[in-house]
Design a protein around this ligand. Structure first.
Ligand SMILES: CC(=O)[C@@H](O)[C@H](O)COP(=O)(O)O
Ligand SMILES: NCC(=O)COP(=O)(O)O
Length: 243
């Protein structure tokens, strides 16, 4: 079964809208775990518009499943991750101020930078995943940089999946995801995926990428929780991830 890591960024967005502590994201994280989440993901951004650096520190002793911290490896981010020591760190090439993540790493151009960052994280015992587009040509660079896993950036998949309902013959893009996943697993990289996954598109992805270890899902899951409740929603997502 593929693991579900719940990204709790959007709960922090709601909390920050009023400046108080509602919802309490520490309680949210604990509740997600007790409702069945296999992990908790956070993506502290430089402007701290949702998850704050202090949230990450406060979450660490409470999270009993897998803690996954995502972000661009700036000096501040690296200090935080090395202090908190999550089970997994997912490196994302986001420039500061981007609305949301929108591409994977150029593992060729950033090879020596990634190698350096990844060796530092791995020396601290942290598993490293790197955010990658569905592009076979970037897979080898992920391996030589020292990553343990890749996280397939599924934003374009989600967009194409929605269109493919009316024009399934146009769903060529999915071959790129399959080829990238198989090329990665052939050289010993494990496969995560995330971004814009939802209750419509998750099952198809899971069924066609059998190596899928873990997905991290936030935005759509939080939107669904408004209608179905958090516990039901987590169970609905988990059902999509069954073998
Ligand atoms: C790497 C990735 O795809 C996620 O972290 C996603 O970008 C969520 O971040 P936001 O909640 O800031 O949009
Ligand atoms: N790594 C992807 C993630 O954590 C959540 O992305 P989204 O579901 O909020 O688009």
């Amino acid at each position: 079964m593929t693991k579900l890591s719940v990204n709790i960024n959007k709960f922090a967005t709601l909390r920050n809208a009023r400046g108080g502590n509602l919802p309490d994201i520490l309680k949210v994280a604990k509740d997600c775990e007790s409702f069945g989440a296999d992990g908790i993901t956070v993506h502290p951004r430089p402007d701290e518009r949702h998850i704050r650096y202090q949230d990450v520190r406060d979450l660490k002793p409470l999270v009993t499943t897998e803690f996954n911290i995502e972000g661009y490896p700036s000096p501040d981010f690296m200090d935080l991750v090395l202090e908190v020591k999550p089970e997994q760190c997912t490196l994302v090439p986001d420039p500061p101020g981007v609305i949301t993540s929108n591409t994977g790493w150029d593992t060729v151009g950033y090879q020596s930078f990634l190698k350096n960052v990844i060796s530092t994280l791995k020396a601290a015992g942290i598993r490293v995943s790197i955010f990658l587009n569905a592009d076979v040509s970037k897979v080898e660079g992920a391996k030589t940089a020292g990553a343990d896993r890749i996280e397939l950036y599924t934003g374009p998949y989600a967009e194409e999946y929605a269109n493919a309902r009316t024009q399934p013959q146009n769903f060529q893009l999915f071959n790129d995801y399959k080829n990238t996943a198989f090329a990665a697993s052939d050289i010993g990289l494990e496969i995560n995926a995330g971004h814009d996954l939802n209750l419509d598109n998750l099952r198809f992805f899971k069924l066609h990428i059998p190596q899928l270890k873990e997905v991290s899902i936030g935005h759509a899951l939080v939107c669904d929780a408004l209608y179905f409740g958090l516990e039901n929603t987590i169970q609905l997502y988990k059902r999509q991830l069954q073998d």
